[in-house]
Design a protein around this ligand. Structure first.
Ligand code: 5RP
Length: 217
C-alpha cells in the first residue's frame, strides 16, 4: 500500500524534470522508485547529481549518467523525499543517513521538489527523531551537548555514512522554533549536519493519497 503511494508520487515528479537538464536526487525508497521512473525518460536528461552511493548504484543500473556536483555552477531542480514534512514545508530528513550530501545538493538547487506519501505530512513534527551526522571522535561530546538541549541521543548502531561518520538520532526535541533549533544543533562542534531542513525547505511538495497526488507550493 505505502509502496504504491511512493511509486505514484515518484512518477508524478517526472513532470518537474526539464528537458536536457541535470537534476539532483536524494536517497531512500521513494527515490528508488523515482530513479526507476526517470529511466523511462532518461534520454531527455543530461545526467543526475546523486546524494548517496546507493542512489548512484541504481542510476548506474539504469545507465543514467552521474554528474559530479563540482563540475556545475548551479542546479535547477533537486528531487528528494523526507521522513516528515510540516505544513510550513519544513522537513526532517536523514532516515537513510544521507542527510549531509542531501543538504549540500539542496543548498545549490534553485528548486526543491519534495515527494512524500500522506503518512509523512504532519501539522507538527512531534517526537519524530531528528538525525545528525557526527564525526566519530565527537560522539560523546556531541551527545552531552544534545542532552543539554533536552534531547535524548541514540547512537544508530552498525551504521556508517558515505562520509565515514556516525549517525545519532535525537528524540524528545522541542521543535517549536525549528530554524533556531537547526542553527543551534548545527553549531555544535563535531556535528557535520542536522536532518532539520527548515532554513532550506521544500519549494514544491507532492503528497500522494489513495485518490491522487496533491501539489502544494
Ligand atoms: C534519506 C532521506 C530520505 O529522503 C528519507 O529517509 C525518506 O526515505 P523513504 O523514501 O525511504 O521513506 O532523508 O537520508
Amino acid at each position: 500500500m505505502l509502496d504504491e503511494l511512493k511509486k505514484s508520487v515518484a512518477r508524478s515528479a517526472l513532470e518537474y524534470v526539464p528537458k536536457n537538464s541535470i537534476i539532483g536526487i536524494g536517497s531512500g525508497s521513494t527515490i528508488k522508485f523515482f530513479i526507476e521512473a526517470l529511466s523511462t525518460i532518461s534520454k531527455h536528461v543530461k545526467g543526475v547529481v546523486s546524494s548517496s552511493y546507493t542512489s548512484e548504484k541504481r542510476l548506474k543500473y539504469f545507465n543514467i549518467p552521474i554528474i559530479d556536483l563540482n563540475t556545475l555552477d548551479s542546479l535547477d531542480i533537486y528531487i528528494d523525499s523526507a521522513d516528515r514534512v510540516n505544513f510550513s514545508m519544513e522537513m526532517i530528513k536523514g532516515g537513510g543517513g544521507a542527510l549531509t550530501r542531501e543538504k549540500i545538493i539542496a543548498s545549490v538547487a534553485k528548486k526543491f521538489i519534495c515527494i512524500i506519501d500522506k503518512s509523512k505530512y504532519v501539522s507538527k513534527f512531534d517526537n519524530f527523531p531528528v538525525p545528525i551526522e557526527v564525526i566519530p571522535m565527537a560522539l560523546q561530546s556531541v551527545s552531552r551537548e544534545i542532552t543539554k538541549l533536552g534531547g535524548i541521543p541514540q547512537y544508530r548502531k552498525n551504521f556508517i555514512t558515505d562520509n565515514s561518520n556516525y549517525i545519532i538520532d535525537i528524540y524528545n526535541l522541542h521543535t517549536n522554533n525549528t530554524i533556531s533549533l537547526e542553527e543551534k544543533i548545527n553549531n555544535i562542534p563535531g556535528i557535520v549536519s542536522v536532518g532539520l531542513f527548515c532554513k532550506r525547505k521544500a519549494d514544491v511538495l507532492l503528497v500522494s493519497y489513495m485518490n491522487g497526488v496533491k501539489i502544494i507550493s
